[in-house]
Ligand binder design. Sequence first.
Ligand SMILES: O=C(O)CCC(=O)C(=O)O
Ligand SMILES: [Fe+2]
Length: 246
Amino acid sequence: MSALLQPRWYCDGLIQRIDWVDWAGVSAQLDAQGCARIPALLDPGECDAIAGLYDRPDGFRSTVTMARHGFGRGEYRYFSYPLPAAVAALRSAVYPHLVAIANRWNAAMANDVRYPDEHARFIARCHEAGQTRPTPLLLRYDKGDYNCLHQDVYGEHLFPLQLVVLLSRPQHDFEGGELVLTEQRPRMQSRVEVLPLRQGDAAVFAVRERPVKGSRGSYRVQMRHGVSRIHAGRRHTLGVIFHDAC
Ligand SMILES: O=C(O)CCC(=O)C(=O)O
Ligand SMILES: [Fe+2]
């Protein structure tokens, strides 16, 4: 069995790497752009092992064919609990570094919700409200596939930031397939950001909205993310959403 599926103490290296990330830099990028890139969060072996889970018959609660729902083209699978150790480690070890930003954003948007320091406590809040289904997912795109602009909102409880890790090698395993973010400003035209990622790089971005400083205080902008069409090959990503689903 892959070490990635083993209990959490096998993921010490990953947890240490997460703690060494320049979180002050991530926070500054998030404030400025609503998104940030974290280079080489996973190593190539971890990426391949996680992408390889896609074809396992167990470990997932559901498979979604995107075209059937009008979400785009391609497929994704939601992990079931217990999550593979590396996915659980990513979710619980990244979360504490994002809490201060999430709380600051909510304060700036006059939203009273505040987040606890520990992910387990936030998940308990989701579960008490009936949001009990795990949301971390693996996505698979083949030639011609794409992911329409969307927001990953799964119920009343929402953590305002999420993480995506690119598991495949651009120009090698696939071409095209760029992660795209849009920012819809009130009464203004939308802004687009393309996040170029290499294998193992992560992107952190706003799930639904974020505050932007204006001349007269902060205003809210709506954020959406998606993936442009894959021109060739196959692209896998790991999505880590911090709230659970109804
Ligand atoms: O495949 C991607 O880069 C985006 C995946 C996504 O929409 C998500 O993880 O929420
Ligand atoms: Fe998404």
